[in-house]
Design a binder for this molecule. Structure first.
Ligand code: IMP
Ligand code: MG
Length: 178
């Protein structure tokens, strides 16, 4: 099995890049089928979702826009339980179909903050797309429209996700070795 070392931890290969790419393409097609001729504005949650958002947007065969919010809730491999907003949204979202692109939903603390921010933006429709979701740790009653992969409570890196700043450039997904 392919393993890598990042800082002080070993990670084992978990999902190969073809599988990730295939799932991203399918998600984009499913969303397009639902939205039909709407022009959505994607809101990518920085930093983690930037690679997913870039691939998802290229796979979306229709008119679309993109914007970014920067939120942080993790330090090293631990959720802080609170969310810091480091960069806000500049576009007027009034009456828009807004699609949040998130890398991973873990406890749901970040998602709750997203609902809070976008709940005050008078959007017409709000959809949440997350490439990864950890149902065992999710503690909120919040709606998620599309999930790429449901995964157990393992810490993962790659495809935009980091361990203490590193690993985002890996094209496949690795999980923390037990
Ligand atoms: P939540 O607020 O607990 O749902 O955590 C969501 C955020 O924490 C994600 O957007 C990621 O940035 C980060 N995160 C959660 N789980 C992982 C993981 O397994 N690897 C890397 N980052 C993670
Ligand atoms: Mg994130």
């Amino acid at each position: 099995m392919k393993s890598i070392k990042i800082h002080d931890h070993t990670f084992d290969i978990y999902i190969d890049k073809e599988m990730v790419q295939k799932r991203v393409q399918t998600l984009a097609k499913e969303l397009k089928a639902t939205l039909q001729n709407e022009t959505p504005i994607f809101v990518s949650i920085l930093n983690g979702a930037f690679i997913f958002a870039a691939d998802f947007m290229r796979a979306y065969e229709g008119e679309c826009e993109i914007s970014f919010i920067k939120l942080a809730s993790y330090e090293k491999t631990q959720s802080l339980g609170k969310v810091k907003q480091l960069l806000g949204i500049n576009e007027d979202l009034t009456g828009r179909t807004v699609v949040v692109l998130e890398d991973i939903i873990d406890t749901g603390t970040t998602l709750q903050e997203i609902y809070k921010i976008l709940g005050e933006a008078n959007v017409k429709d709000l959809k949440i797309v997350s490439l990864f979701f950890k149902p065992e740790v999710f503690k909120k009653e919040l709606h998620i429209d599309y999930v790429g992969f449901e995964i157990p409570d393992n810490f993962i890196v790659g495809y935009g996700l980091d361990y203490d700043g590193l690993g985002r450039n890996l094209p496949e997904i690795y999980k923390l070795s037990k």
